[in-house]
Design a protein around this ligand. Sequence first.
Ligand code: NAP
Length: 264
Amino acid sequence: MTASEPQPRRVALVTAASQGLGFASADALAAAGHDLVVCARDPERLEAAAGRLRAHGVEVAATPVDVADATALEGLFGLVDERFGRLDVLVSNAGGPPPGTFADLDDAAWQRGFELTLMSAVRSLRLAVPRMRASGFGRLVVIGSSSVRQPLPGLVLSNAYRPALAGVVKSLAVELGPDGITANLVSPGRIDTDRVRSLDAGRAERTGRSVEEVRAEAEASIPMGRYGEPAELGAAVAFLASEAAGYLTGQSLLVDGGLVPTLP
Ligand SMILES: NC(=O)c1ccc[n+]([C@@H]2O[C@H](COP(=O)([O-])OP(=O)(O)OC[C@H]3O[C@@H](n4cnc5c(N)ncnc54)[C@H](OP(=O)(O)O)[C@@H]3O)[C@@H](O)[C@H]2O)c1
């Protein structure tokens, strides 16, 4: 390629991207000019999301995949190869694990949480790395949770598996530095998505309060005084995926309006 030839657009794969934080990440990457591969389970909602992403003028391939299914995940990376022949950015996202206290969880629930929250990311990272090594550029971004810093009441699966993800990301940052590949974790506090609204509804039901009361109490605990917007998390993901973020790796970034009171 000569200097005058246009650079091909970078290609990003965003998993679990038909709504919420996955969609917001894909949307920010599309706005920054990435071609995209996206997945989620429900085909109709996914296709509607793909249509909104195409409005940015980029190529978007969308296919229904359950990220907890190892074989389907391999097929998703096959689609990336087939459709674009390169992968520059992975945003590994998944649906949240079901709420539950320790007493609520049997072996089957632990196993499902392991596959959904930890192994979907581990497998996606494993599939992404060789594709990025081939080009000497890569941005790995894993969506976590504020539970990586502070356990959340009634979300024991998140409290157990998200910190494990933080360990994976930090290990990868060390291993992949020489290849020019960065690995970072982006952790939401309370961003206004269906997931958070449904957790609020569950808490309201358990405590006999209205959803509005539960939300007001949660908002009052956030220094910014409100839930975040999905686009506010998407912007952080797009920055970490950019050329400009090339020296930023192994970080665990909270997007939480100041919610978690620990030192950074
Ligand atoms: N929102 C927050 O403030 C917050 C805070 C802490 C952690 N998180 C975590 O961030 C992640 C995203 O949360 P969100 O708030 O964006 O959730 P959301 O609004 O419920 O959206 C989840 C998205 O993931 C897809 N999805 C769910 N399970 C999937 C699976 N097994 N395979 C493929 N796609 C799947 C859903 O589509 P389908 O249902 O069609 O598959 C949907 O597109 C979750 O892991 C959540 O626990 C969020």
